[in-house]
Design a protein around this ligand. Structure first.
Ligand SMILES: Nc1ncnc2c1ncn2[C@@H]1O[C@H](COP(=O)(O)OP(=O)(O)O)[C@@H](O)[C@H]1O
Ligand SMILES: [Mg+2]
Length: 309
């Protein structure tokens, strides 16, 4: 199923590249270093989970990547522009045309039916109402909400409301969808369903997904996971079969490869990647399946050494 919006991604897609981001809140005495030097590339069509403890800087990073918050230093380049130095007016247009957003809850307008809530970004961008609601209705149906187009948010379950929010994030054919704790207000089973819908629908649309979550289950749905601690990226792992970024390769070549891979297959199956030193996704899965199978980490942690005694 393909959807054509007014703002289809550029052919081949382009990466979102963040370099050396810092964000300091407060003045000298009360300074909080929410971001302490983050560099990150979001490749076209990939699904990237950002995990980490509360206060580690996940939301700040998401907001800086999406042009909602200006960093203290560093750059975010997207389609040839540095998002961090654009005028507020230009950033508003960019957020509306190129990005989609899903938040924890409470983002739908209570007085509007589901289909109009979903159609809102298109209508704001000037698409005629009939066309906008037709596109929105197709997305609602794709997300399992056929027949619920006229319901108001108060007449939907939490999981259904999040599907409407996902439809709204996707109607404009964004290049990147940003989701901040999209399942935070849902029970575990509903949250898992919503994550599944979010990752699959985003992939179907051709957009990249950046999803911030506490939910360890999210890694199963995403092609890559990075963990954060104290404003820094503390770890990264790939889903089995997902392609690791060619670290060290020239940026242009790497993004070119990612772009062409994303056209054919947003989550490209690839030869098994070289195993990272320890705790890669495949190993973690194996550990979960065989908790007593005598797993020996390549680089034992203190906890591993403790439990081996
Ligand atoms: N607007 C703000 N003003 C001051 N401090 C903030 C603001 N937003 C976030 N912080 C602080 O920055 C740090 C990172 O916050 P945040 O990015 O929300 O983390 P997370 O999403 O991982 O919980 C925290 O210490 C938080 O208190
Ligand atoms: Mg947060």
């Amino acid at each position: 199923m393909t959807f054509t919006g007014h703002h289809a991604p550029a052919p081949g897609g382009s990466p979102l590249v963040a370099s050396a981001l810092t964000k300091v809140y407060g003045s000298a005495q009360t300074a909080t270093h929410a971001l302490a030097g983050v560099s990150l590339t979001v490749h076209p069509g990939e699904s990237l989970a950002i995990m980490g403890p509360s206060g580690s800087g996940k939301t700040t990073l998401l907001h800086v990547l999406a042009g909602i918050v200006t960093p203290t230093s560093g750059t975010v380049s997207w389609r040839g522009e540095d998002v961090t130095t654009l005028s507020e007016a230009r950033r508003t247009v960019l957020r509306r045309q190129d990005f989609g957003f899903v938040f924890q809850s409470g983002q739908l307008l209570p007085e509007l039916p589901a289909v109009e809530n979903a159609a809102l970004p298109l209508m704001l961008a000037g698409t005629a109402r009939a066309e906008a609601t037709a596109v929105a209705a197709r997305w609602l149906a794709h997300l399992g909400l056929a027949g619920m187009e006229q319901r108001r948010p108060g007449e939907l379950s939490g999981g259904q409301a999040q599907r409407v929010a996902i439809a709204r994030a996707l109607v404009g054919s964004p290049g990147v969808v940003f989701a901040d704790e999209p399942t935070g207000a849902l029970d575990q089973a509903t949250g898992a369903e919503v994550l599944d819908v979010l990752t699959r629908a985003t992939r179907d649309s051709g957009a990249a997904l950046v999803v911030v979550t506490h939910d360890a289950g999210v890694a199963r749905h995403c092609s890559r996971t990075v963990t954060m601690r104290d404003g820094r990226i503390s770890g990264e792992f790939f889903a089995p079969g997902a392609q690791p970024a060619a670290s060290g390769a020239p940026q242009a070549a790497a993004s070119q490869a990612a772009a062409s891979a994303a056209v054919a297959r947003p989550v490209p199956p690839a030869p098994a990647p070289p195993a990272p030193p320890a705790h890669d996704a495949a190993t973690q899965q194996a550990m979960a399946a065989h908790p007593a199978a005598g797993y020996v980490p390549t680089h034992p942690t203190a906890a591993d050494q403790e439990s081996a005694r």
